[in-house]
Design a protein around this ligand. Sequence first.
Ligand SMILES: [Zn+2]
Length: 304
Amino acid sequence: MIKKIATLATACFFSFTVWAEHHDRNKGFDIKVTDLGHGLFQLRTDRSGNVAVLVGPEGVFMIDTQMEHLVQEIDSAQKKLSGNRDVELVLNTHLHRDHVRGNAYFADKGAQIMAHPNVRKYLESSRAIVALKRAAPEVKPTYLPNIGVSTGSTVSMNGQTGYLYHTPNAHTDGDIFIHFKEANVIHAGDLLFSGRFPFIDIDNGGSVAGYIAGMEKVLEVADENTRIIAGHGPISSETHLEDSIKMLNETHEIIKAQVDKGMSLKKIKQLNPLKDYTAKWEWAFITTDLMVQTHYYDLTGRLE
Ligand SMILES: [Zn+2]
């Protein structure tokens, strides 16, 4: 059962910046560095998951490691912030390739890799993402996280206490978000696609209800001053989470009404009942059609 948030009706209007993603994969790219204070920085490429680093005298802690072809530039960017230190500790927020495929690079240099145990399980079993017609990934042993963490785990480093939370069956079955208490910064992983449709990986244990519950958990931990690093999109606040929860509840109800009438996925896509959401929420590969499919797959277990 998907919970509604009554207070959403009164949520303030929030104007989203539309973040264009026009980069050519073969050209150089910029890493946008945002200083969040307390030694915390966001490293953003707009190509795949947002990375965060905590730097200080006790070492470098990185959250998410991006893809193989981006990882060296990510490492160069963090070295400028950390005085040329290697990354000692990594947290993967979940199992998707744009968050874990830099693991091998940092593990080869001696980093310890933490993740929820389901991330290692997924990488070892190498499962496909059927909904995206994406084959199972090829995995080297050095991609694998070697420390299992979940709700209740903490990381104390450089004057920060990072509290970890596992949100079951949300974006995947292995999502962790981290709250740096002293800095009041959260890295939400892919529990937040800020101002854009989310991908929910139902093939790997995700669900719409769990995703909404995951976002509500982030809201519960956050307060009005918390800065939230989204898995994808700009640095956000509680308002962005509330807006995403509202959109997901509304779009789920719309697709459920069509499913209840016995409509096929093809027919629902033709009717395009989420068209009013397209201008604000569609982006890159998460099209309105894919959002329709996600709700349909969640409700029926079928892709047709
Ligand atoms: Zn993801």
